[in-house]
Design a protein around this ligand. Structure first.
Ligand code: HEC
Ligand code: HEC
Length: 152
């Protein structure tokens, strides 16, 4: 009896994984020869027109409107900070990293960028001039009936 139950359970697991396996995208290379190389699509151009973009919502990390090609961002060197840190903004004309970037997670203000904000490209990304991969139904909150202060 115990064995029968076990085999029914196993059969259920097996058929469930079979059904799920059908929804998993193909991970192997081209068929019938998975080892054959395939030509890579050209990488889309980044928008580098220096025009700061509107944020889609207030807390959005602004997108990067300039080239970051070859900018080193490692434990020892942060090229972004050579323009965006408070001390450098007068010469670079770059917007200062916001005040939140000097704050630790305990809301302690530091003299330099907080470690949790050090790796800029974790949150800030350049934009590519490429068609969207999937459809997007995002609606700006101002179109959802919220009106801005002073707009009436
Ligand atoms: C040579 C100076 C310089 C360096 C290096 C630099 N930036 Fe900038 N950045 C600017 C300037 C100037 C602007 C203002 C817009 C413009 O002119 O492109 C800007 C704009 C931005 C903005 C848009 C801010 C907003 O409010 O819209 C982001 C985000 C940004 N940079 C992130 C980065 C990151 C991340 C790096 C490193 C990978 C970096 N920058 C390196 C000079 C620099
Ligand atoms: C953990 C995510 C995160 C990281 C890492 C991060 N940022 Fe930001 N950044 C944000 C968010 C969110 C905003 C907008 C809200 C705010 O100001 O905090 C922002 C805002 C900015 C702005 C606009 C400031 C303004 O007043 O208009 C600049 C410039 C910027 N970041 C540059 C940088 C640079 C340079 C680095 C790396 C040293 C960096 N950020 C790292 C999330 C991040």
């Amino acid at each position: 009896m115990g064995q029968l139950r076990l085999s029914i359970a196993l059969a259920a697991c097996f058929s469930a994984s079979f059904v799920m396996a059908q929804n998993v995208p193909e991970l192997s290379g081209p068929q019938p020869d998975p080892m054959r190389s395939v030509p890579a699509a050209p990488i889309a151009q980044f928008v580098t027109d220096d025009v700061r973009q509107m944020r889609a919502y207030p807390e959005q990390p602004p997108v990067i409107p300039h080239s970051i090609e070859g900018y080193q961002l490692s434990v020892n060197t942060n090229r972004c900070m050579s323009c965006h840190t408070r001390e450098m903004t007068r010469g670079s004309g770059a917007p200062m990293i916001s005040i939140t970037h000097y704050m630790t997670r305990e809301a302690q203000m530091l003299a330099d960028v907080s470690p949790r904000r050090y790796f800029c490209t974790q949150c800030h990304v350049p934009q590519a001039d490429a068609p969207a991969l999937i459809g997007n139904t995002f609606t700006d909150m101002s179109e959802l009936g919220a009106t801005g202060a002073g707009s009436e």
